[in-house]
Design a protein around this ligand. Structure first.
Ligand SMILES: [Zn+2]
Length: 359
């Protein structure tokens, strides 16, 4: 992918600040020692029952009733196929995004608000923190960096070859900033930008909702989650300019101690940035249903088995969607082939879901 003319001056600035700040980076584990790990769920009682809600921001388009029911039905099929689990969805009435965010406890907001980075006013310290946040997620690949480099390299805004994880992190930070800033200016039908000063686009809050008494294991939303933060930044989200399609996080009241959010924004809407990051200018109704279901199935793999990400293993549902190329991703999936690979990332407990018991 070539660099846009408008992206070049900004990119130069980021490279310079990265270079000057480089020696200041100290790699430590950011998770405090008091943090605990969620245990693997008991899956002996099937079908596993999942409470699902549709949380809607009225500013954006959302799945209609037929599409929503289609997603749930298709997800049941995919979960059986890729995870060999029977699930049953217990649907509750749609809620507004405002109601959903009322579950967020004040003390967690206070504890985490400083972890948010505004991509339209990035300081040198922010660049350092984002670098660290991304590098921490790459550290498990230290002895075997090729797969994640091969996964990311084609989609970076700077096409020069990447030789190691440090260089990959530099490029991911550049890509994140340039692509993420787009949403501060891109306006939807109501004349306001997608990122409008509300908390709803911030991944930190989606990662924190489970500290409230959240009565859902699955939240499907039409909200775009696009942001940068000082912890937990993933390679695939950074490539997309900070867009997170879904996450599995701790949830204190959930039977399996986790909940999932899955966003449909990047599938339903056709902003030029989205079109640029995916393989079709617009996705058809059927594609939207299938791809949302695949996204939820990926997250259920995190929830049920605590699977990690086998980057670039295209047969596996746990390989994160490259950019927003859902068609290419779904067409490459092959549950049997993936199983035969017996990948370490797809052993139960390969990924950790952490929580802070004091919250
Ligand atoms: Zn994932």
């Amino acid at each position: 992918m070539k660099l846009n003319e408008s992206e070049k001056p900004l990119l130069l600035g980021i490279i310079l600040s990265l270079f000057t700040g480089f020696i200041l980076f100290v790699i430590t584990d950011k998770v405090p020692s008091s943090w605990q790990r969620v245990s693997l769920p008991d899956l002996s009682n099937q079908p596993v029952k999942i409470n699902v809600v549709h949380a809607i921001n009225p500013r954006f388009q959302s799945l209609n009733e037929t599409q929503y029911l289609g997603v749930l039905k298709h997800t049941q099929r995919l979960v059986k196929q890729h995870l060999n689990i029977d699930v049953e969805f217990n649907r509750v009435e749609n809620i507004s995004i405002e109601t959903l965010f009322s579950y967020l406890p004040e003390h967690v907001i206070r504890a985490r608000e400083k972890l948010i980075i505004q991509l339209n006013q990035v300081t040198e310290a922010d660049v350092n923190d984002m670098w660290h946040s991304i590098y921490t997620s790459l550290e498990p690949f230290r002895n075997n960096p090729d797969a994640v480099i091969d996964y990311a390299q084609p989609y970076l805004i700077n096409t020069l070859p990447v030789n190691n994880l440090e260089e990959l992190t530099d490029r991911l930070v550049e890509t994140l900033i340039v692509r993420g800033q787009y949403w501060y200016n891109y306006k939807v039908e109501d004349g306001k930008p997608v990122v409008d000063g509300s908390p709803y686009n911030e991944w930190v809050w989606w990662d924190s909702l489970g500290y409230g008494h959240l009565p859902y294991q699955l939240v499907i939303t039409n909200q775009l989650v696009v942001s940068a933060e000082r912890y937990g930044m993933a390679t695939h989200s950074s490539l997309r300019g900070g867009i997170t399609a879904g996450t599995t996080s701790y949830s204190k009241d959930s039977s399996n101690k986790a909940y999932i959010f899955a966003s449909t924004f990047q599938l339903i809407n056709n902003a030029p940035m989205l079109t640029r990051l995916r393989d079709d200018a617009a996705y058809s109704e059927q594609q939207i249903i299938e791809y949302t279901a695949a996204l939820i199935t990926h997250e259920l793999g995190h929830m049920f088995y605590h699977y990690a990400h086998p980057f670039n293993k295209k047969a596996c549902i746990m390989n994160p969607t490259p950019l927003l190329k859902y068609r290419q991703w779904v067409e490459g999936l092959d549950a049997d082939k993936c199983q035969m690979l017996a990948l370490p990332a797809m052993q139960p407990g390969a990924a950790k879901i952490d929580f802070n018991p004091d919250w």
